[in-house]
Design a binder for this molecule. Structure first.
Ligand code: GTP
Ligand code: MG
Length: 202
């Protein structure tokens, strides 16, 4: 059996740091840039974080949408904090829950001074929802660097891929070549994702 040597990026250590329950709560420890993983509920944010750092279950993945409720902070390679933020658009959440998560996420994205960029996750199979468009407007207002990442690439055939990328690109005004296709299942895009995240850091 051929055993692949781990990539240098794959050897970077990762650890859970803490969960923020307020958007202005400081992270104890070294002052490092923060990069958020954002997107609708169930899009695969926690799975992408695990793919990026090369750990199976560092961030909690769940079949039940709405699992991530706080801003979960992870340190990656001593270089940056990756922040797994609650997903938007979870229709089964109660009104009060939705409002409090929205306030937390909105405040974090709009006002957090240490937030340097956002990995914006979009399901390759879906057209944008009103929540996606509202979140896009929030990102545009803050003028943060945004890296669009398409998730669940394993769920569609190669033939449909270009078509889906073009449709998503048109809907969000993102050039198709700027989008990275990933799969937490097949690990497609893992190295490109690592390179892109490291390149993103100031
Ligand atoms: P919330 O925290 O609830 O907002 O969800 P999330 O965006 O963190 O999504 P999560 O990573 O928990 O994944 C949601 C579901 O999608 C789980 O059942 C995952 O196993 C599945 N999933 C995530 N990424 C992929 C992928 O690349 N391919 C496939 N086939 N399934 C995936
Ligand atoms: Mg999650």
């Amino acid at each position: 059996m051929k055993v692949e040597a781990p990539s240098p990026r794959g050897l970077l250590t990762s650890e859970y740091v803490l969960s923020l329950v307020r958007a202005d709560q400081p992270i104890p420890g070294p002052a490092l840039p923060e990069l958020a993983l954002a997107g609708r509920s169930n899009v695969g944010k926690s799975s992408l974080l695990n793919l990026l750092v090369g750990r199976k279950a560092l961030a909690r993945v769940s079949a039940t949408p709405g699992k991530t409720r706080a801003l979960n902070v992870f340190l990656w390679g001593g270089r940056c904090y990756l922040v797994d933020i609650p997903g938007y658009g979870w229709s089964k959440a109660g009104q009060a829950d939705r409002a409090s998560w929205r306030a937390l996420v909105t405040h974090y994205v709009a006002d957090r001074p240490t937030l340097q960029g956002v990995l914006w996750l979009l399901d390759i199979r879906r057209d944008p929802s009103p929540d996606d468009l509202a979140f896009g407007a929030l990102l545009a207002e803050r003028k943060l660097p945004v890296m669009p990442v398409l998730t669940k690439g394993d769920k569609i055939g190669r033939a449909q891929r270009a078509e889906r990328m073009a449709a998503i690109g048109r809907a969000f005004g993102i050039p198709a070549e700027e989008m990275l296709v990933t799969s937490a299942l097949t690990r497609e895009g893992q190295e490109e994702l690592r390179e892109a995240v490291l390149a993103f850091m100031p």
